[in-house]
Design a protein around this ligand. Structure first.
Ligand SMILES: [Zn+2]
Length: 443
């Protein structure tokens, strides 16, 4: 006799069964009209058609069942590049990347010198992630080590899967934000010992971008990555044409932007490069070879006028692509709105982005690329139960359109184009119901 699960979630659901680039978008997922996901000790212990799971022995009298109608259960979203200190710059008017950093972002990040302000911002940010159905994040903090420590602490309180770290930047930033390479190295080492593989946290060695790092600093980043090869490396790459030009003015000894990071051993399979819009064929080939990830952040790219990332071209090169908000230049923390922006960006490049690609790059595919697929990203037995329940009727207009759906792909497409935070009916983190019907259950 099986031990009954503590909790089960019932409703329509999808799970990915293949990579859409290999199997084709129409063949990569399984749809259950009436699924049941049995959860015990934070993990999925059974998933499938509700009648089969009910008969399996995992559902007993003591199992609490949450049944959602007019909804779709999907894996919790993974945001693969975001900035928690940028709450104060969402919807900051009128600039492109380099002026936007100087005029808005750096002043906002300086405010996090105050520990209590950083704590307030971290809590607001994480609550907003959850309200949008995001259960795992790949996040920047800022150059103050306490700003990373606070984010890890707040994420640990809700048991959220996270990778973050303090940010190396020693050049061309305000004095209050600059930190010497040696100090940043020591900060990172302390935080790695405290947080790397602590619960659901992993450490990322973060360099803001080559434009704000000296050669000495990049040497320290290299040394740290060599000492801790299983920590992610996270940075920005080729977001804006002025930025690309400036990178090569500062580092004329390198043939292109990516080569700067490569020189310091930072183009690896666990490297995450945000944006990657203006890359040459040669750079894409080198990224494909290393297995590094590009975090595609279309809402941010549109907002800052940075350019049109060519999802199909980059994917055809075999480069791994995850979706990301890049909040606060992306002005919201919604992965659904990110998918909407990705679709529109792809359209402008002559490619109609199928919803299977978009959801995959925000869930199972993102997890696979990050090496997190042994933990999250799908509805599979053994995985941590990070789930989002999407409301099929969050607005009158969506309810009308959903009533006309003829396939699961129609439904997914309506969610990705019309959905936002109102779409989130419930969120489970590691099996715990943390958000339901507009209310955060943080205690
Ligand atoms: Zn960014």
């Amino acid at each position: 006799m099986l031990k009954p699960a503590r909790r089960a979630v019932r409703g329509a659901a999808i799970k990915f069964i293949a990579d859409p680039w290999i199997a084709g978008p129409e063949n990569c997922l399984q749809y259950f009209e009436d699924a049941m996901i049995a959860i015990d000790d934070g993990k999925i212990v059974a998933v499938g058609d509700a009648r089969e799971v009910l008969a399996s022995g995992y559902i007993g009298e003591s199992t609490w069942i949450d049944h959602y109608r007019d909804a779709l259960i999907v894996p919790g979203f993974i945001d693969s590049h975001t900035h928690y200190p940028q709450v104060d710059v969402a919807a900051a008017y009128g600039e492109k990347l380099l002026d936007w950093l100087n005029n808005y972002t750096f002043p906002a990040e300086i405010k996090l010198r105050d520990h209590s302000y950083a704590d307030k911002i971290a809590r607001l940010f994480l609550a907003e992630c959850i309200r949008n159905g995001t259960t795992s994040i790949v996040a920047f903090s800022t150059s103050y080590p306490h700003s990373a420590d606070i984010l890890f602490q707040e994420a640990a309180k809700i048991n959220m899967r996270i990778t973050a770290g303090t940010v190396f930047m020693d050049s061309f930033v305000p004095d209050k934000l600059a930190r010497s390479a040696v100090a940043a190295y020591d900060d990172a080492k302390f935080l790695i010992n405290k947080w790397h593989n602590n619960g659901r946290a992993q450490y990322s060695i973060i360099d803001r971008f080559a434009l704000t790092s000296s050669r000495e600093e990049l040497e320290m980043v290299k040394q740290l990555k060599e000492e801790y090869p299983d920590c992610f490396f996270h940075t920005h790459l080729s977001e804006n044409t002025d930025e690309c030009k400036r990178a090569l003015e500062l580092f004329p000894e390198h043939r292109d932007y990516l080569a700067i990071y490569e020189h310091y051993g930072l183009n690896q399979s666990n490297s995450i490069f945000a944006h990657g819009i203006h890359l040459s064929d040669d750079e894409l080939n080198r990224l494909a070879k290393s297995g590094a990830i590009i975090a595609h952040s279309p809402s941010s790219n549109n907002f800052l006028g940075s350019g049109l990332f060519d999802f199909k071209r980059v994917s055809d090169y075999g480069v791994k692509v995850n979706f990301a908000t890049d909040f606060g230049a992306g002005n919201n923390l919604s992965m659904l709105k990110t998918m909407d922006s990705a679709y529109k960006t792809a359209q402008l490049n002559g490619f109609s982005l199928h919803p299977a690609y978009a959801f995959y790059a925000s869930t199972a595919g993102a997890a696979k690329n990050l090496g997190w697929d042994k933990w999250v990203g799908n509805l599979e037995v053994g995985l941590e139960a990070d789930l989002v329940v999407l409301d099929n009727r969050p607005t009158t207009l969506m309810a009308w359109r959903v009533a006309q759906c003829r396939s699961i792909f129609d439904l997914l497409f309506i969610h990705m184009i019309m959905g936002d935070d109102r779409s989130t009916r419930a969120v489970y983190i590691n099996g715990r119901l943390i958000y339901v019907d507009g209310s955060l259950q943080l205690v």
